[in-house]
Write a protein that binds this ligand. Structure first.
Ligand code: NDP
Ligand code: 8X3
Length: 250
């Protein structure tokens, strides 16, 4: 039977690659995000009747509820939810951070993820199957200068994913937290407010992960036999690793 995926943030990067990976594998895909034209272009580039473009800002709780309640017949029963929509804003120290930017990260990465999950979970539990895949980050576990609020939102995603597993034990619903390291998408362009040069310098001279690598990982975790739950998958480029502790000296 054809399965259905609901992915947030499908207008670029991981979300778009995930939508493509699953649509090309024959799944129905609800592709959501704020930029309508990009969703329409995505749907138009894939086989007909495979992708439902859904304009949705995950920060708008009522809109999320309406969107889930209004899913048309063929797309109404979601087998896999990928909570991918998210962003980092800025890389400055906490004492100089813009509180509005911190709030936007919390509203999107934390509260948006909570809303979409809460709205879609009852159907999965009722049907006795389903899978919630969250896009966490290495930033959840490994602090770095300027990661402040962004890393904290991903630490929420990490613990929320674990706690979801506890609540869903025995329901047949699976939960996975994917934690990527450096990946070249529009992530840095957003983080640096459209400064392409600064964004490009993050990836120059190295080989970052690609959006398709993450899409492949999401496809793999969701196509394991139903008795297998991949709890967490941390993925880095071969060219990335940890550094020593920083020490301040007078
Ligand atoms: P992109 O900037 O390429 O994609 C982010 C997506 O999130 C876009 O489709 C954007 O769509 C969507 N989005 C942002 N805000 C909202 C909102 N309020 N409502 C709905 N959609 C929203 O970045 P990535 O693909 O790299 O990021 C995807 C996820 O992966 C994020 O959660 C990010 O934190 C995480 N991640 C990224 C890593 C990286 O190095 N790239 C590493 C680890 C994790 P639109 O603007 O159209 O709404
Ligand atoms: C994105 C990876 O290292 O920029 O979550 O925080 S990092």
């Amino acid at each position: 039977m054809t399965k259905t995926l609901f992915v947030t943030g499908a207008t670029s990067g991981f979300g778009e690659a995930i939508a493509r990976r699953f649509a090309e594998a024959g799944w129905r895909v609800v592709a959501s995000g704020r930029r309508r034209e990009r969703l329409q272009a995505l749907a138009a580039s894939l086989p007909p009747d495979r992708v439902l473009p859904l304009v949705l800002d995950v920060r708008d709780r009522d809109a999320v509820a309406d969107a889930v309640a209004g899913l048309p017949g063929a797309y109404a029963e979601i087998d896999v939810l990928v909570n991918n929509a998210g962003l980092a804003l800025g890389l400055g120290p906490a004492q100089r951070a813009d509180l509005d930017e911190w709030e936007q990260m919390v509203d999107t990465n934390v509260k948006g993820l909570m809303s979409v999950t809460r709205m879609l979970l009852p159907g999965m539990v009722e049907r006795g199957c389903g899978h919630v895949v969250n896009l966490g980050s290495v930033a959840a576990s490994w602090p770095y200068p300027g990661g402040n609020c962004y890393g904290a939102t991903k630490a929420f995603v990490q613990q929320f994913s674990r706690n979801l597993r506890s609540d869903l034990l025995g329901t047949g619903v699976r939960v996975t937290n994917i934690e990527p390291g450096m990946a070249e998408t529009e992530f840095s362009l957003v983080r640096f407010k459209g400064d392409a040069e600064q964004a490009g310098s993050v990836y120059s001279g190295t080989r970052p992960l690609l959006a398709e690598d993450i899409a492949e990982a999401v496809h793999w975790v969701t196509t394991q036999p139903s008795h297998v739950n991949i709890n967490v998958l941390e993925i880095m480029p071969t060219d990335q690793a940890w550094g020593p502790f920083a020490v301040h000296r007078e």
